[in-house]
Design a protein around this ligand. Structure first.
Ligand SMILES: Cc1cc2nc3c(=O)[nH]c(=O)nc-3n(C[C@H](O)[C@H](O)[C@H](O)COP(=O)(O)OP(=O)(O)OC[C@H]3O[C@@H](n4cnc5c(N)ncnc54)[C@H](O)[C@@H]3O)c2cc1C
Ligand SMILES: *[C@@H]1O[C@H](CO)[C@@H](O)[C@H](O)[C@H]1NC(C)=O
Length: 646
């Protein structure tokens, strides 16, 4: 029996490895599937075997996850700890790990439960329900998300250990050096690029051989694994070469220069997602670190007279607990959660809090300065060969794709969030590598319109989905165009004096003419990519069916694109700015450059909400950098040694 199984497995290996080598050597027209020209052998027997193997592998993974995770612990009511960290997400997991290096007791409180192996399938990032999610809707306007139900953009956030680093697309970007120099120019002492670079190096274990040699920018010893996916579609190989032919340089966008194109560096290892929870907390349990999961913090307790944070109140299993912090309470609940908690605790805009009968302790502009990246996802290209990703192929066990993932962490399921190539350009000066990029491109070997679930998650209405009905089974690719440095700012407000009621989110996308101009120009520029391109050999053609609500305009004219952007808007979920960092004189600031909440003692915010201006790119690495730097600030404050370079 064993010999039989292993020989069948070797059939699978031959299937998956050989064509991979062919792919690595280039793209040869005549593909019959993602792996090459050799058709897959389809037999019921192999399918059954695959199902069994996947089941066994999943069981093993589940067990391994359980063994490595921090155990759940319920604190005693009224217990005291040195530090209380609220939120075990991207920043919170990193901070808890770094703080537990010192001789102090730490309680980490997280609303969600542990991750499961399904959450770590890279491609499924954009396609799956992840346990305990919370949906946030934007306020309706006439400027964006017009093809979504009720004209509301929606974002789902998972409550889980690791937070958004468990559900995001895994695209690992630091931002441009000028993003941090800008923070410093605004008066945020200590946050210039030169000062944050050691923390970007400290947090990473760079697995990409050609990049890790660059020791100025990269390092091998940090907890967060950064790698390329082990798989590339023939389409993305062709796309990347086309971009070089067009004159865009190939870059390590996390190194010296950002402008150019590259494969996506991703927060993953050996074909699987690495969340901050895995990177920082999957280790032997630490004597001084206590983690309470499935626990929702309702309020930070602040002494009204001394204006000192003393602890927090949370609910777990329908019971209410009060716990106290001897040294500090640190909010790591994310741009939505931390702002919400501050306001519920009496720290926020006086007028708004009063309306909800919240006792005001400190008047601060919490929730103002909200920023997010906004993108357009409507540019779709159809190809004539079976070399893109179709979810129906992945689900079809006659194909080896699923088994290749679960058994070898190989194949198309290892593509991070579906994004294979990333580029940064300044659309006003496209080939100049020394300018500041204002557009990010992401190349997907698929059309998100195939992803009905994702589309429904985003609230896309049926009318719009129908426009893509006739290419449902075609192989496609699409280019996402994202405004890298939006000027618009929105606002987050409480809707009720209750942690379980989602706040009002007004992302205020595309509020400036300049934002609209740049995004439109970026989309126009993307359309030129296919003209000269190697993709032609695969028969790539722009899909010309207009969005139903924009059909009155000439397809792809500036007026059409403007309309399309208003309808098919994608908010990236990169919320930031709600607890903005700034110097004392800055009336928009909620925390100081030491991340301490103005006017309140012993209370910090350390997560994605403090960014004074949104950096170019995606926010996981910037958030981890903030957590690493914040950990050192706390250690310094309490007299422990720190060394950003270790
Ligand atoms: C769909 C999507 C795709 C993305 N793609 C990318 C990408 O490809 N690359 C990238 O770099 N970035 C991406 N991002 C953004 C990035 O993941 C986030 O900006 C970043 O992870 C935020 O980290 P954080 O620590 O601030 O918050 P989070 O990681 O969200 O952590 C907050 C934690 O606090 C917990 N919490 C909240 N409220 C409470 C409470 N009251 N009590 C207890 N616990 C609470 C939550 O459960 C959560 O675990 C994406 C975001 C989204 C939504
Ligand atoms: C989609 O695929 C079908 C079947 O292969 C083909 O007939 C059709 O022309 C394709 N659609 C486009 C827009 O290329």
């Amino acid at each position: 029996m064993i010999a039989f199984v292993s020989s069948s497995l070797s059939v699978l290996v031959v299937h998956s490895i050989l064509p991979l080598i062919m792919v690595a050597n280039g793209y040869n027209p005549g593909y019959s599937n993602l792996y090459g020209s050799k058709p897959f052998e389809i037999s019921e027997h192999v399918v059954r075997l695959r199902i069994e193997a996947i089941k066994v592998e999943l069981g093993k993974m589940q067990q391994a996850y359980q063994n490595m995770a921090q155990p759940d612990m319920t604190p005693r009511d009224q217990a005291s700890y040195d530090f209380i960290i609220v939120g075990g997400g991207t920043a919170g997991a990193a901070l808890a790990s770094r703080l537990s290096d010192i001789a102090a007791s730490i309680l980490l409180i997280e609303a969600g439960d542990e991750e499961t192996p399904f959450m770590d399938v890279p491609l499924e990032a954009i396609n799956s329900e992840k346990g305990n999610t919370k949906e946030y809707l934007s306020e309706p306007t006439d400027r964006y998300c017009l093809s979504m139900t009720n004209r509301q953009c929606r974002v789902k956030k998972a409550r889980v250990m690791g937070g958004s680093s468990v559900t995001n697309w895994m695209v690992a970007t630091r931002g441009h050096r000028d993003d941090y120099d800008e923070w410093a120019r605004m008066g945020n002492t200590g946050w210039s690029y030169k000062e944050v670079l050691p923390y970007f190096r400290k947090l990473e274990n760079m697995n990409i051989p050609s990049i890790r040699l660059d020791r100025t920018y990269h390092r091998r010893k940090g907890p967060m694994e950064i790698s390329y996916s082990p798989f590339q579609t023939p389409l993305s190989i062709a796309f990347l070469r086309s971009m070089e032919d067009l004159g865009y340089p190939r870059v390590d966008y996390n190194g010296r220069d950002m402008v150019g194109f590259s494969r996506v560096q991703a927060t993953m290892l050996d074909g699987s997602r690495i969340s901050s929870n895995k990177a920082y907390l999957y280790s032997e349990s630490r004597q001084n670190l206590f983690v309470s999961k499935n626990s929702i913090v309702k309020k930070v307790l602040i002494n009204k007279k001394t204006k000192e944070a003393t602890g927090v109140r949370f609910t777990k299993n329908e019971k209410v607990f009060t716990v106290y912090a001897r040294k500090e309470v640190i909010l790591c609940a994310g741009a939505i959660g931390s702002a919400q908690l501050l306001m519920l605790s009496g720290v926020g805009p006086t007028e708004d809090l009063k309306k909800l009968d919240i006792d005001v302790i400190q008047d601060l502009p919490v929730g103002y300065s909200l920023q997010d990246h906004v993108a357009f996802i409507g540019s779709t290209y159809v190809v004539k060969e079976p070399i893109g990703i179709l979810f129906s192929d992945l689900d079809n066990l006659s194909y080896p794709y699923s088994a290749d993932y679960y058994m070898y962490r190989k194949g198309p399921l290892t593509v991070p969030g579906g994004a294979e190539v990333i580029g940064f350009v300044n659309v006003d000066d496209v080939y100049n590598t020394q300018t500041l990029p204002n557009i990010e491109y992401l190349f997907f070997p698929l059309t998100i319109y195939n992803l009905r679930e994702t589309m429904r998650d985003l609230g896309v209405n049926e009318n719009l989905l129908f426009a893509f009905e006739d290419i449902k089974r075609n192989y496609t690719y699409s280019i996402l165009t994202m405004l890298a440095k939006p000027g618009s700012r929105g606002r987050l407000r409480l809707k009720a004096n209750d942690i379980n009621v989602a706040p009002l989110i007004d992302p205020n996308y595309l509020a400036t003419q300049e934002d609209i101009r740049i995004l439109t120009k970026g989309v126009e520029n993307a359309i030129t990519f296919t003209k000269l391109s190697l993709l032609k050999q695969f028969g790539a053609e722009l899909y010309q069916t207009p969005l139903p609500n924009c059909a009155q305009y000439t397809f792809n004219s500036p007026t059409y694109l403007h309309c399309a952007i208003n309808h098919m808007t994608l908010g990236m979920g990169h919320y930031t700015g709600t607890c903005r960092m700034g110097p004392e004189k800055d009336y928009t600031a909620v925390v100081n450059p030491q991340l301490q909440v103005y006017g309140i003692e012993k209370l910090r915010v350390i997560d994605g909400s403090i960014m004074p201006v949104i950096p170019r790119g995606h926010l996981t690495l910037p958030t981890l950098m903030i957590a690493e730097k914040g950990a050192d600030m706390i250690k310094e404050r309490w007299g422990y040694p720190v060394d950003p370079h270790r």
